[in-house]
Design a protein around this ligand. Structure first.
Ligand SMILES: [Zn+2]
Length: 401
């Protein structure tokens, strides 16, 4: 017979759950925590005391209660003291942020990444250098409790190896290990697929905060996706699931970087947009080039309008397939797809009306990412906070020690 959870297991679970409320929801009174967590007042008091003593939260009198009687203390995250490093490695952009508990971006650096071979040592060295610059500016009592990176590619569970990243030119790259070594904080660096992490970010603190079934589509050079079903990310057996960019929408269509033809990415990605708009060549590439096509269409440029119409047709077809299979409550367009969707919403809706089944589409909401260009970075920060939210005191003791 297996023993049930010990008192210590229950306490650890409750500490994590309380910290998660404060981290995701912001300042909250003890009375509200009592109601939300279904625990009694003395248990909540004991848990907040432990987290306060560890320096993870602090308790304050509310500014104004407007009510008679003793006000309930408000529990706030120690955002300036407890932080993580979040990294974002995209085809054209590198970003590093120091993010405080509660999800506050305290400091950040960005750099342009030149497309070309994936230079592991140079790249990890640069990212770690940015983190060191930020760390030098922190107060002595601050503590880094985690680090994580979002990368445009498929990542092996457990060791942070980028298995495939055609748009980064990365193939079997031990990225997490190298970045961890360069950071020198004695912390492992978790690595995740950027679109998966952006989906989790929108789900935990973005436009889909109360939504349990959603699909996030991320446009960059390629198209990535994150599928959240019943509140959980669909990762598949090995964690490589959710590659909606390689769903075939046009057999015999444009060649794709994966070796197939007519994938959603091949018909809707950056290259397809620029080709259709007659803008390939020279130095026209990246998010700005895609946005320029959408802007031109807005101003009445016929060629740009036709390009968006074509791309919107394929995008709508892809979304219709996903909607039929997963019946999401919401589909969110992020990265360059944010602009492409805004420029081709009529096309997307027409395709949905033609190809998605009525019960699945009737209550569907189409939205653009509220975290915008920070969705992947915010997702990396949430991945970095995952350990401290599952075992707050243990992680903090290790980080401080
Ligand atoms: Zn493909």
């Amino acid at each position: 017979m297996r023993a049930g959870p010990s008192q210590e297991d229950i306490r650890r679970h409750n500490l994590g759950a309380l910290l998660r409320h404060v981290h995701l929801g912001g300042p909250i009174s003890r009375a509200e925590l009592t109601a939300k967590m279904g625990l009694n007042r003395s248990t909540i008091m004991a848990l907040t005391s432990d987290l306060t003593a560890a320096g993870l939260v602090r308790e304050e009198l509310p500014r104004e209660t407007g009510r008679a009687g003793r006000p309930s203390l408000v529990v706030r995250p120690e955002s300036a003291r407890v932080y993580v490093f979040a990294f974002d490695v995209g085809p054209d952009r590198l970003a590093v942020a120091r993010v405080g508990l509660g999800g506050v971006i305290l400091d950040r650096r960005e750099a342009v990444r030149r497309r070309g071979p994936f230079a592991l040592e140079e790249l990890a060295g640069m990212l770690a250098g940015f983190a060191r610059q930020m760390r030098r500016k922190t107060r002595d009592d601050t503590v880094c409790v985690g680090a994580a990176a979002a990368v445009s590619g498929g990542v092996r569970k457990g060791d942070g190896v980028i298995r495939f990243g055609p748009n980064l030119n990365a193939d079997e790259v031990p990225f997490g290990e190298e970045l961890g070594r360069r950071l020198g904080l004695g912390l492992p660096v978790s690595v995740g697929n950027d679109a998966n992490l952006a989906a989790l970010a929108e789900h935990s603190r973005g436009t889909a905060a109360a939504v349990r079934d959603l699909i996030y589509l991320h446009g960059d050079v390629g198209i990535g996706g994150g599928i959240i079903a019943g509140g959980h990310l669909v990762g598949g057996h090995d964690g490589y699931g959710g590659e909606v960019g390689h769903m075939v929408v046009n057999p015999g269509g444009r060649a794709c970087g994966c070796g197939s033809h007519g994938c959603l990415e091949a018909e809707v990605g950056e290259r397809a947009v620029l080709d259709a708009a007659g803008r390939v060549g020279g130095d026209q590439q990246g998010r700005e080039a895609v946005r320029a096509v959408v802007d031109a269409a807005d101003r009445g440029d016929i060629v740009a309008q036709k390009a968006l119409k074509r791309v919107g047709d394929w995008l709508g077809l892809g979304v219709a397939n996903l909607v039929n299979i997963f019946n999401p409550e919401m589909v969110i367009f992020g990265g360059t797809l944010r602009d492409i969707y805004l420029g081709s919403a009529a096309q997307v809706r027409t395709r949905l009306a033609l190809h998605a089944m009525a019960p699945q589409r009737e209550r569907l909401r189409l939205r653009t990412s509220s975290l915008a260009d920070d969705a992947t970075l915010v997702g990396a920060a949430e991945l970095a906070f995952a350990h401290v939210l599952s075992d707050p005191l243990e992680v903090l003791a290790r980080a401080s020690g």
